[in-house]
Design a protein around this ligand. Structure first.
Ligand code: AMP
Length: 218
């Protein structure tokens, strides 16, 4: 299965992609995670991307497209994959279409997660993540056993710099202007399924599994 998880920041697509990856062993390709790795490792690309990310803006298309191209060439991706957070602009989607065509692949489905704006802001502002093992928690909805400490590896949890209130607003504006047009783009290609992303993680996963069932995934 080759899937794209689409939706505004904070709709839970990364969390759901992790669940699917754990169950079906399709790798998750998250451009946000790849960029954060580059920033952590202080690579040239990471240093270039950091400013855009901190301001809630998109990193230039050419940078993310090349990252995705390299990742798709990984033999592990031959069984299928989930693209999380890519494409985010129409031109990224067009380039993805060309990459697939060049490899004789088809995109099976784009799952568009929807959550109210109010819930998105609550989810993003309470999100805390582990800088070491990348586990994600929420101060109210998925609190760690010991406040501020990662359940998995004991590291101190941090708030992502782009989850601060002013950056959340900027990211949502960027989503409305540059990413939301992808809904119509994929609707026209008859590859879009809308998914209600509200409620807790288990409810959303249950709905997602129903969609995957309908696509014939066993
Ligand atoms: P995410 O973790 O998906 O919310 O991504 C965090 C940040 O990484 C975004 O706010 C952007 O600055 C950058 N980013 C991630 N994916 C992309 C993409 N496909 N195109 C451009 N920038 C991206």
């Amino acid at each position: 299965m080759r899937l794209v998880f689409l939706g505004a920041p904070g709709v839970g697509k990364g969390t759901q992609a992790d669940r699917v990856t754990a169950q079906f062993a399709w790798p998750k390709i998250s451009t946000g995670d790849l960029l954060r790795d580059a920033v952590r490792n202080k690579t040239v690309l990471g240093l270039q991307a950091k400013k855009c990310m901190d301001e809630g803006k998109l990193v230039p298309d050419t940078v993310v497209i090349e990252m995705v191209r390299a990742r798709l060439a990984d033999p592990l991706c031959q069984v299928g994959f989930i693209l999380d957070g890519f494409p985010r602009t129409v031109s990224q989607a067009e380039e993805l279409g060309r990459m697939f065509a060049g490899r004789g692949l088809t995109l099976d489905r784009v799952i568009n997660f929807h959550v109210s704006r109010e819930d998105i802001v609550k989810r993003l502002s309470g999100r805390r993540s582990c800088p070491k093992c990348q586990s994600v928690f929420h101060v109210d909805f998925a609190a760690p056993k010991v406040s501020g400490i990662c359940d998995r590896c004991g590291e101190l949890l941090v708030q992502r710099s782009d989850d601060k209130p002013e950056t959340i607003a900027a990211r949502l504006k960027v989503y409305d202007e540059q990413t939301a047009p992808l809904i119509a783009y994929y609707e026209q290609k008859h590859t879009l399924t809308n998914l209600d992303g509200s409620g807790d993680m288990e409810d959303v996963y249950g709905r997602l599994v129903q969609v995957l069932d309908r696509l014939g995934v066993k």
